[in-house]
Design a protein around this ligand. Structure first.
Ligand SMILES: NC(=O)c1ccc[n+]([C@@H]2O[C@H](COP(=O)([O-])OP(=O)(O)OC[C@H]3O[C@@H](n4cnc5c(N)ncnc54)[C@H](O)[C@@H]3O)[C@@H](O)[C@H]2O)c1
Length: 357
């Protein structure tokens, strides 16, 4: 039987989800709601769905609510959804602060409801190939590595980029979240963080689109370098920046006792993964795995199936909360100049080697 699903937030990322959800045929979409009713109506019309008010959706028979609002609204929306007795799957990050994330997870536990959280790109072919190489010991135990997200911010492509420069977003919470989720999926939890953070521009000007010329206040660091100490003993450096025009580093490089792995872009489901044993040439992984192209929403599908099968879901609240804590601790470490230990941990999600639908 189709699972009744409601969606809150009808902005930029909405169509990507809808394509996956409609293709899966697993859901009956009860309605679409947005703080701006016109936004809900526009998307509803586009995809042949009912538009409704948030309160109406929360009173509906939807058993899961998908939250596609900006990060600053995740906490309040999550509380509303859980208090309405519904499972909550949210876009990343889980919340704008660790304290808010903890409150959501505690409430879900009390209410015996699930929380799932993007990014679900780690369920794609690229990340699953890296995970398989790590688990097979192809390059031995991973000792060191680097992860690099560096760009010049979303001003050039997002129609309303202001929220990216507020606490709860910035390059760490907006993009670092992909890299950290992938690294924790590959290597397990992070025990402590050190680092620095800087801001190259305290205001930015929207370069194009309807908001061209609009000034954006920058209220969160835009170049963050973090040293991550994993519980496994691995030591990695993560750089997250909205202040770099171009670079030529691989998104993720893992250095093992017996060789190295080059990972794909964690913001994508597929991509090239390579490995080399000791001084051998790079070999391209030829692993055939599902989800090589945009499949945003498969984390929600996995959660819906996990609820039915009474098994853990992969985009778990523990993973999301741990990653949220690491991101906040990275900024704390930069502000205080002191290493920060994490208080949360999580299991690595189960690998995914077959299609979910
Ligand atoms: N745009 C992307 O490419 C992209 C990619 C991956 C993840 N995400 C994530 O998806 C989420 C949404 O991003 P987006 O780009 O679609 O944002 P957006 O600004 O385009 O759309 C967000 C929508 O949420 C609505 N909204 C805001 N507060 C609300 C509230 N309290 N209740 C109901 N509706 C509310 C807004 O009116 C807007 O229509 C964010 O968490 C973002 O990190 C976006």
């Amino acid at each position: 039987m189709a699972i009744a699903l409601g969606i809150i937030g009808a902005g930029n990322i909405f169509p990507a989800y809808l394509r996956t959800l409609q293709r899966s045929r697993l859901f009956r979409i009860v309605g679409v709601a947005d703080a701006v009713p016109a936004a809900a109506h526009k998307r509803a019309e586009e995809f042949g769905l009912p538009a409704m008010a948030v309160e109406q959706l929360l009173a509906s028979d939807a058993s899961i609510i998908l939250n596609l609002t900006p990060p600053q609204a995740h906490h309040a929306t999550g509380l509303q959804v859980l208090h309405a007795g519904k499972h909550f799957f949210t876009e990343k990050p889980l919340a704008a602060t660790f304290a808010q994330g903890k409150e959501l997870v505690a409430l879900a536990k009390r209410k015996k409801l699930r929380i799932g959280c993007a990014p679900d790109t780690f369920l794609g072919a690229g990340a699953q190939s890296v995970r398989a190489l790590v688990d097979a010991g192809t390059v031995g135990a991973i000792c060191f590595g680097t992860a690099q997200f560096m760009g010049h911010g979303p001003d050039h492509w997002h129609p309303n980029p202001a929220f990216f420069y507020q606490p709860g977003a910035g390059p760490m919470f907006d993009m670092g979240v992909y890299y950290l989720t992938h690294l924790v999926h590959h290597l397990g939890p992070i025990a402590s963080v050190r680092g620095t953070a800087h801001t190259a521009h305290t205001t930015r000007t929207v370069p194009l689109g309807e908001r061209k010329g609009q000034k954006i206040a920058v209220d969160t660091p835009t170049h963050i370098v973090s040293s991550l100490s994993f519980s496994s003993g691995a030591e990695l450096v993560l750089t997250c920046s909205f202040d770099v025009w171009k670079h030529s580093h691989a998104p993720i490089e893992l250095y093992g006792e017996d060789g190295s792995i080059l990972g794909h872009d964690p913001n994508q489901f597929g991509g090239t993964v390579k490995f080399a044993r000791q001084l051998d040439d790079w070999t391209r992984s030829t692993d055939k795995r599902p989800y090589t192209t945009n499949a945003r929403g498969i984390g929600l599908i996995d959660m819906a199936q996990a609820i039915a099968a009474d098994r853990p879901h992969r985009c778990s609240e523990a993973l999301a909360l741990h990653v949220l804590e690491v991101m906040e601790r990275a900024l704390d470490a930069a502000r205080t100049g002191k290493p920060q230990r994490t208080t949360t941990t999580c299991e690595r999600p189960a690998p995914l080697d077959q299609k979910l639908f």
